[in-house]
Each structure stands twice: as structure tokens, then as C-alpha cells.
Design a protein around this ligand. Sequence first.
Ligand SMILES: NC(=O)c1ccc[n+]([C@@H]2O[C@H](COP(=O)([O-])OP(=O)(O)OC[C@H]3O[C@@H](n4cnc5c(N)ncnc54)[C@H](O)[C@@H]3O)[C@@H](O)[C@H]2O)c1
Length: 253
Amino acid sequence: MRFSDKVAVVTGGAHGIGRSTVQRFLDEGARVAILDFDSAAAADLAAAAPGRAIAVLCNVLDPGSVDAAVASVAERFGGIDVLASVAGGELPTDDPMDEAYWDGIVGLNLRGPVRMIRACTPHLTASRGSIVLVSSVNALVAFSSLAYSSAKAGLGILAKNLAVELGPSGVRVNVVAPGTVRTRVWDDQEGGADRLAPLCPIGRVGEPEDIAAAIAFLASADASWITGVTLPVDGGQTAGPLTIINHLQRSEP
Ligand SMILES: NC(=O)c1ccc[n+]([C@@H]2O[C@H](COP(=O)([O-])OP(=O)(O)OC[C@H]3O[C@@H](n4cnc5c(N)ncnc54)[C@H](O)[C@@H]3O)[C@@H](O)[C@H]2O)c1
């Protein structure tokens, strides 16, 4: 119950990693605001914890929507202790250098979290709270997806700068970089997420709960002397090329 009496805001809380993060904060005693543009799914989840979870319509691409959503949470819950910025993802494209595609990816995965941070910071400095941003292993090593990887990599240095700026106000800022996690984003790929299990030394892909546990740790008082770090949570996917070499050797006829 590390979050009794705390208020957590989770963007992208309606599905996948965000949904598990909402559940984890609720399980540990928090009141949770689920910020998502899928308001039906967010409302379904909130209905399971009446009085402790609220669904707030929010499109992180739209500064006005972000400001209104954060103001509504602060008014209804009386403050904000944790921002977990989970909303993000890859977008379809035929041209990985297309202008509009890059704008879309950076808008969602880098500018979106920045908008949330800007809106939440006054509340987080008041509560001496904590920010956790969700990046990707794509920010750490080359897994292709140029725009997505670059936008996610921006979160790491954003967190370091904010850790320095906001540390004196008692606000910590950290990043979780998930490896392959079994969510709906893999559904349309042959073999799904499990196709990448051989690249995980731990022997399996991640579940959303694996990432939620790391987000909760970094947001909690257990991490009270940790700020400005990026924590890979990836079953060892980025530990080094030995797993791939072993896999290739095992696959040889
Ligand atoms: N699944 C993976 O393998 C994996 C790996 C590394 C990083 N990630 C990152 O984890 C995060 C969550 O991914 P997921 O796999 O759970 O995806 P998901 O599609 O299951 O969930 C994403 C959530 O964000 C919401 N969302 C999307 N755009 C939004 C917007 N503009 N405004 C508000 N809400 C919006 C969606 O409605 C959804 O609830 C993303 O940032 C993603 O880049 C995922």
C-alpha cells in the first residue's frame, strides 16, 4: 500500500501497459485518474473502482485537452502526487522519413509527455511528487523505427534535465524503457509478441504487469533517492548480443 492517500495520473490508462499501471496504483491504495482518448474503455476501468478511479477524456496531442484534463483531476482529487506518462506508440507509415509521420510520432511520444509534465508540474511541486515516463528499448539500441526510437530517446535526456531542475522542489523524474510487452500492439503481427521471446534471456516476453511494477517502484518512496535514470525493463533484451548469437547457433541446421 505504498500509495495510500496519493493521487496518480496515468495517461494511456485505458489499455495495455497503462491499464495495468492503473490497476497497480489502485491495488496499492492510490486514487487514480485514467487519462485517455478512448473514453469508453477508460470509463469501464474506472467503474471497477468507484470513488477511487475516474476516467478523464484527454488527447495528449492537444494542449487544451491536456490542460483541461489535469485541471479537472486536481479539482476532483485535490492534488496530484504521481504522473505516469504511458500514452504513446508507433504509427503506420509507408515512408519512415515522411514529414507528417515524424510530426505525428514526435507529437505523441515526446511532445505529449512534455505537455503532461507542463500541466502537472505545479501540482507535483506542491506535493513533492514524482514523474515516470514510458520510453522503449528502441531508445537504447537500434531496433529500427527511426522516428519512434528518436522520440523515445528524447525522454531520457528530458528526464535528466527535469531531474536537475525539479529536484530542489522535491520532484523526481525517471523513465522506464520496456522491451517487448504483450499488448494489443503486437496483435496484427504474425506470431505476435512471442515471436521475440528468443531475444529475451529470461525466456519470455514481458507482460503489462512487469512494466506496471517498475513504474510503481520508481514512483514510490522506495525510489526516493533515484532520479534522472532510465530503467530498462526488458527481460535482458538489451543486455548484449550474446542472446542473439546463441539463438542463431541453436537455429542452425
Ligand atoms: N507493447 C510493447 O511492446 C511496448 C514496448 C516498448 C514501449 N512501449 C510503450 O508503452 C506505452 C504503452 O504501449 P501499449 O503497448 O500498452 O499500447 P496500447 O495501444 O495497448 O495502449 C496505449 C494507450 O494509450 C492511449 N492513447 C494513444 N494515443 C493517445 C493520445 N493521443 N491521447 C491519449 N491517449 C492515447 C490508447 O487509447 C491506449 O489506451 C507506449 O508509450 C509504447 O510506446 C510498448
